[in-house]
Ligand binder design. Structure first.
Ligand code: IDP
Ligand code: MG
Length: 140
């Protein structure tokens, strides 16, 4: 297995519920190392660019409204198999279908407001980390 990097976001719903520390502690407990962190209130342009792949989906407007509804926390995670590990820790997109003890099962309210983001491939992880962080801000 290879050491990878992936982008995690503690979404605005989880920030509002004061869950930043719990979520980061979970990543650390699972062996994923936060190597860059920034609390940020995304602009419309940042949210729409980040989710551009979903532009044609019916929920795109709702998703961008939600992601700009308050501050979030942007995190680059590093570790063995980090992309897949983070997806396993997050659980399914819809919290009703997420496995026991996953972050979304524990903390999410709905398929839209689902507590965390995680890159879905190594290729997208590189693009997403670069969308929010300069290389000089990421220190493994
Ligand atoms: P993922 O976050 O598990 O990778 P994606 O399919 O990439 O799921 O969708 C991106 C985000 O868009 C989801 O995390 C969720 O916030 C939102 N989303 C996905 N499907 C729906 C939906 O059917 N209704 C409303 N929002 C949705
Ligand atoms: Mg996705």
């Amino acid at each position: 297995m290879a050491v990878e990097r992936t982008l995690s976001i503690v979404k605005p719903d989880a920030v509002r519920k004061n869950l930043i520390g719990k979520i980061i502690a979970r990543f650390e407990a699972e062996g994923l190392r936060p190597i860059a962190i920034r609390r940020s209130w995304l602009s419309r342009q940042e949210a729409e660019g980040f989710y551009a792949v979903h532009k044609a989906r019916p929920f795109f407007g709702e998703l961008c409204d939600f992601m700009t509804s308050g501050p979030c926390v942007l995190i680059v995670l590093e570790g063995e198999n980090a992309v897949l590990r983070n997806r396993e820790i997050m659980g399914a997109t819809n919290p009703a279908q997420a496995a026991e003890n996953t972050l979304r099962r524990l903390y999410a309210d709905s398929i839209g407001e689902n507590a965390v983001h995680g890159s879905d491939s190594a290729e997208n992880a590189a693009i997403e980390c670069a969308w929010f962080f300069r290389t000089t801000e990421v220190h493994g």
